[in-house]
Design a protein around this ligand. Structure first.
Ligand code: ATP
Ligand code: MG
Length: 283
């Protein structure tokens, strides 16, 4: 049995639960409980505030956890980052009132900067030799300059919309974050094995993300040119069609290059192209 801490509610909760589900790990529907069990995997889920997850994992209250890299960096707990999960992407940036002229980092010397990430910010300023006054506040950081609480802010940005609404302008991107899987420093052999099994499943889920399974018919003599259009793939599956001189080709193509490849394949004579969703890619 392994215990994972995930965010009880908030931006990372849904994606964390969805990742477990995609990995074939179902958990009892029990939003109100602090702890719930998986019905089909040796896993227990502990629901916490994201701020508490690094410490819970470092202390062994949970064996592993899913949390933003930003919280891991801020909390400075002894945990290992086992895997980047690719969701909850954001950055933590310095922003100033938009009418201000920005001349570079020295701008912040002597300025008062509001943030919920004082540890990350003070380390950044120390590295850059900037002496600013860091003012820690728990929430609504973005309104601090307009109410006169600070000259600038250091806060999470994803699209930048909130900054614009508050008359602010992003001037320095300091760290990039995403959800990560963390583990405590002393897992038993049994737990390490369960973790490895989970990772294997997560990786299969990730690999299939953005991939499509493509089937098409094409003249058998064109197979060689078709294979050249799809370099980097292991050799595609080719099946003969009942009609003489024609074959069916099956390949996996990334969504980003899908239309480009399909146009090229059509140009050499591919027909009846089917594009299917790909659920898992297991290696
Ligand atoms: P909790 O109640 O668990 O303490 P919270 O209010 O601190 O929740 P959320 O706003 O739910 O936290 O954000 C959780 C994490 O989601 C952040 O720490 C960050 O890693 C990530 N995240 C991604 N995009 C954004 C965004 N636009 N704003 C805030 N957090 C984001
Ligand atoms: Mg929090």
């Amino acid at each position: 049995m392994i215990r994972i801490a995930i965010q009880a509610k908030g931006r990372l909760n849904e994606d964390s639960v969805a990742l477990l589900a995609e990995a074939g790990i179902s958990i009892e529907e029990s939003r109100r409980k602090l702890l719930s069990q998986s019905t089909d995997f040796p896993l227990e889920v502990l629901y916490l505030r994201d701020d508490d997850i690094p410490q819970a994992v470092a202390m062994g209250v949970a064996d592993i956890g899913i949390v933003g890299l930003n919280e891991v960096e801020e909390k400075r707990q002894k945990v290992d980052i086992v895997h980047r999960l690719g969701f909850g992407k954001c950055r933590i940036s310095l922003a100033i009132p938009k009418a201000e002229e920005y001349t570079g980092l020295e701008y912040f010397n002597g300025k008062k900067v509001a943030t919920s990430y004082p540890v990350i910010l003070s380390q950044f300023f120390a590295e850059k030799g900037i002496k600013a006054d860091i003012h820690e506040i728990a929430g609504s950081v973005e309104i601090a300059p307009s109410v006169g609480m600070a000259d600038a802010i250091f806060d999470i940005v994803s699209s930048g919309g909130t900054l614009v609404t508050n008359g602010l302008r992003e001037v320095e991107k300091v760290i990039f974050s995403e959800a990560v899987l963390i583990a405590g420093p002393a897992l038993s052999e049994e737990k390490k094995q369960i973790l490895a099994q989970m990772l294997f499943r997560f990786e299969s889920v990730e690999r299939s993300r953005g991939m499509k399974y493509v089937l098409m018919n094409l003249p058998t003599e064109k197979i060689e040119s078709a294979v050249k259009i799809l370099p980097g793939m292991k050799s595609p599956t080719i099946l003969p069609l009942a009609q003489e001189g024609w074959s069916s080709m099956h390949v996996v193509i990334g969504e980003k290059e899908l239309w480009d490849k399909i146009e090229q394949l059509k140009a050499i004579g591919a027909e009846d192209i089917l594009v299917l969703a790909l659920e898992k890619m297991i290696r």
